[in-house]
Ligand binder design. Structure first.
Ligand code: SF4
Length: 126
């Protein structure tokens, strides 16, 4: 019908099921964007990876703790200069005090992280 729907959610399952394209926002800025398949198979921003890593799996042992992203979202009244994810990011370096540009990972898939090329592969969820 020539229409589009914008879903705003933290539920990555809904995104995987319903969407063609996804934009991951953090503290008002784009962290990563692209086709759902590309972004879910090669998440390139530490925040995206943290979100995916926090999804409970059926294979998770009972009574084990869920993975979380440590720390808190910064106050929008007191945002850090540079990357806004820096106070929660395990890969932070001094360069992160400058805002990372959106860079192309693959055609249509973009990420704003100074270190996206260096991140270790994520474990394959079972
Ligand atoms: S730019 Fe730096 S602080 Fe921000 S997500 Fe990338 S590594 Fe982490």
């Amino acid at each position: 019908m020539g229409m589009a729907i914008v879903l705003i959610t933290h539920d990555l399952g809904v995104i995987a099921e319903m969407c063609d394209d996804v934009v991951v926002m953090y503290a008002g800025r784009i962290a990563e964007s692209g086709p759902v398949d590309a972004l879910f198979s090669h998440p390139s921003h530490p925040y995206t990876r943290g979100l995916l890593n926090s999804i409970p799996r059926l294979s998770t042992a009972r009574k084990s703790r869920l993975n979380v992203i440590e720390g808190m979202v910064p106050s929008l009244a007191d945002l850090p200069s540079g990357c806004r994810f820096q106070n929660r990011c395990p890969y932070r370096i001094d360069t992160c005090l400058r805002q990372p540009p959106l860079e192309e990972v693959t055609p249509g898939h973009h990420v704003a992280c100074h270190r996206w090329r260096e991140l270790p592969p994520l474990p394959i969820p079972s």
